[in-house]
Design a protein around this ligand. Structure first.
Ligand code: GLC
Length: 716
């Protein structure tokens, strides 16, 4: 922070009473009615509030949220600035997770694009929309690594891989911040939920986790380190405990790991009510002790449970919390407010936004996220002169396509798959059934009259997101029954899946000739799916999450530190189940195109390198030729994995270390080069020390985690 701001903060701290300081650590909701406005005015006059969340409930991702009332935000801000004790502006936060009015795919789908520049552009546009209504601060990116598709919030994060998590964290933070959060159309970011929330046992929300420090450093922390290095100024603490230590009350996680180890300098906001939650977790018997635990853990802002404003002043009088602790917390909050230029620019000017480019980006990103999982006999792309029986429960669906956590997106503005298909081929090419589930009326006749059957399948957004976990990720039986009927029709059957999470494909994909995983891909989901079905765009998505055969296989992830006998990589002779082969239905990084890519001629510029040379910045170049040997121009995501054959600690059988997504013309060959250095070839010890060890490291390059082309690098 520059000295001028430091001086301004010091002057404020000298003038502020204890109560006014605590007020800066208190977040409330914004008033909606005049009565609420008057009550808020009273709190602001006393300096009892420092920030507000623009949401009408603690489960903003699930409930229809009112649009942001910018006029009210400006009215309240005016009270804070002109009637508050020190003219300190409020900072307004909201869950801007995957879009604002223009909704992009859910983040788990965005991860499948493997296209950092496009992701960054989407979040740039999102910041422009969100700031235009007065939102300063987003509670995003959600970068909880997760391996359990039963968990509803898996849709909100980057999936099972730490490297994908790092890329997503950086692209999203840079998109929101645009290099300078002081700009009116930039947003303060808040990577969440620190730390380990995605490991919630059994995929149950708000539940316990067991995470060793070894796993913490190698799987869960990398994305947060990246977000902090990308410039995030705030972090949100999580509801969960790790090994019995509730994170939002833990100095180990919120200070020793987050600040001392990762070097985070901003402020921490608790999750909604997470400080009061400490009592329910059973580490305190009083709310006052919750306040003491939270402030000592290193949580600056208490979200919406009034614990700090009710108990901190007495704790300070009793000497249980020091003035230094309080002043440091307030300083961190004020530093971010100055950095966001809120003292100079506290009001929203409500600029008009042209969303044309935003919607184009939404369509492009949706197209690049969608994953072609199966395409038997190249049944896709379809020609537009076919008679199509268009059936399934999501044919006319609008809201689900937006996914969970879209607070501003409106279903009525979202084209359904039916509407997009009509636009693509015209009504006279479509045969539909009166009952969208397609089971009990003229659906069979529709199939017989058609050349091909397209089924719109999937799940509602209501079974994804916060508090929306599933014990069974199977497709509902009525949808499987519809697929069977279609299969028996003897026509080619294409399944288009509008889902948030991976669903169990065993017994489903087997019955289909093609599977297009369209996810919950936002405002332009339907159009993007049609673009792919008819070949306007060639699919290029690669799944960033494993598709287990069925729920019994969960957790199943490609980068387990187990040896090959977990069956993931096909060594099913040693499989761990008698009733199911253990290999995934679709592996991490998998996705088909309409064209074919051939990999050949893998090389490295050296077969041996010393740890010292690596430490001194020397890198190994690994290259491979990739050719488009098919009939379509298309994009391929070339992925590089390593396998540290023998570490002091067990290492994953494959670890993604880099990827490049490139466009190939028909017949084109490109020589692709990756560089492997110190940062790519090591791992973290349980004490957080990063090491590169001597020994053989296998390097693979290919189209997914089953990559076959390999060289062996000897580290000496
Ligand atoms: C919710 C979520 C969190 C969100 C916050 C504010 O409980 O856990 O992700 O940012 O509350 O809506």
């Amino acid at each position: 922070m520059n000295s001028k701001v430091d001086n301004q903060i010091n002057e404020l701290l000298q003038k502020m009473s204890i109560r006014e300081k605590i007020g800066q650590l208190n977040m409330t909701v914004t008033p909606k009615t005049e009565a609420e406005f008057e009550r808020t005015r009273e709190k602001l006059r006393n300096g009892d509030v420092g920030s507000m969340i623009l949401a009408s409930s603690s489960t903003a991702g699930l409930d229809p949220q009112e649009r942001v009332n910018t006029a009210m935000c400006n009215r309240v801000q005016k009270v804070a600035m002109e009637e508050g004790p020190h003219g300190i502006p409020l900072i307004y936060g909201r869950d801007v997770i995957h879009g604002h009015r223009t909704v992009y795919p859910v983040p788990l789908a965005i991860a499948a694009a493997f296209n950092d520049e496009l992701v960054k552009k989407a979040y740039r546009y999102t910041a422009i929309e969100a700031t235009s209504v007065g939102i300063h601060w987003t509670f995003a990116p959600m970068i909880d690594l997760c391996r359990d598709p039963r968990y509803g919030r898996i849709i909100e994060g980057p999936g099972e891989d730490p490297m994908v998590g790092r890329h997503m964290a950086r692209a999203i933070v840079e998109g929101f911040q645009n290099g300078d959060v002081a700009q009116e159309d930039s947003m303060v970011t808040c990577p969440k939920h620190f730390i380990g929330y995605g490991a919630s046992e059994g995929g149950r929300d708000y539940y316990r986790t067991e995470i060793s420090d070894y796993s913490l450093y190698n799987y869960y922390l990398p994305a947060f380190r990246e977000a902090i290095e990308a410039g995030s100024d705030t972090v949100m603490s999580s509801f969960n405990d790790i090994n019995g230590d509730p994170v939002s009350g833990s100095r180990y996680y919120m200070t020793e790991i987050l600040r001392d180890y990762l070097g985070f300098k901003g402020f921490v906001v608790s999750d909604w009510g997470a400080i009061a939650f400490l009592k329910r977790l059973g580490v305190t018997e009083s709310e006052s002790e919750c306040a003491e635990l939270g402030i000592h853990a290193g949580i600056e802002i208490d979200m919406c449970d009034d614990i700090y404003v009710r108990y901190l002043e007495k704790l300070i009088e009793e000497g249980k919390v020091s003035m230094e602790t309080l002043d440091n917390a307030v300083r961190r909050v004020l530093e971010v407010k100055f950095k966001k230029n809120l003292f100079e620019n506290p009001y929203c000017k409500m600029p008009e936004i042209d969303r044309t480019e935003h919607l184009k980006c939404a369509r492009e990103l949706a197209s690049e996220c969608m994953v072609l999982l199966k395409n038997e006999d190249n049944v896709l792309p379809l020609s537009k002169d076919k008679k199509i029986a268009l059936l399934g429960p999501l044919v006319h669906e609008k809201r689900a396509l937006l996914g969970s956590w879209c607070l501003e997106g409106k279903a009525e503005e979202t084209p359904s798959f039916y509407e997009a298909m009509v636009e693509a081929v015209g009504k006279n090419h479509l045969i539909t059934a009166t009952d969208p589930t397609g089971l009990y009326d003229d659906s069979v006749r529709a199939m017989y009259q058609a050349d091909v059957v397209v089924l719109a399948l999937g799940e509602s957004e209501k079974v994804t997101g916060e508090k929306r976990s599933l014990a069974d990720i199977s497709l509902p039986n009525y949808q499987i029954e519809l697929i069977r009927k279609a299969k028996y029709s003897g026509k080619k059957v294409i399944g288009v899946f509008f889902c948030g999470r991976p669903i169990a494909m065993e017994g489903v994909a087997d019955l289909l000739d093609a599977v297009l995983y369209a996810w919950h891909s936002g405002s332009e989901a339907a159009g993007a799916a049609c673009d792919i079905l008819f070949g306007e765009t060639v699919p290029s998505g690669k799944t960033a999450i494993t598709f287990p055969r069925n729920s019994g296989h969960i957790p199943m992830y490609y980068n387990a530190t187990s040896n090959r006998y977990n069956g993931y990589f096909g060594n099913n002779s040693e499989t761990s189940y008698e009733d199911s082969i253990a290999a995934p239905y679709y592996p991490f990084g998998y996705g088909l195109s309409y064209t074919e890519f051939a990999y050949s001629n893998m090389q490295s510029d050296c077969a041996e390198i010393s740890v010292d040379d690596l430490k001194n910045g020397k890198k190994v170049k690994c290259s491979i030729d990739v050719s488009n040997v098919g009939e379509y121009e298309g994009k391929e995501t070339i992925q590089l994995y390593i396998h540290d054959v023998a570490g002091t600690y067990m290492r994953p059988f494959r670890e993604l270390k880099d990827y490049k997504k490139l466009l190939f013309k028909v017949g084109e060959t490109k020589n692709i080069t990756f560089e492997l250095g110190y940062d790519e070839l090591g791992y973290y010890m349980p004490d957080g020390a990063y090491v590169v060890e001597e020994g053989n490291i296998e390097v693979f390059i290919g189209p997914n985690c089953f990559a076959k082309d390999k060289i062996v690098l000897k580290v000496v």
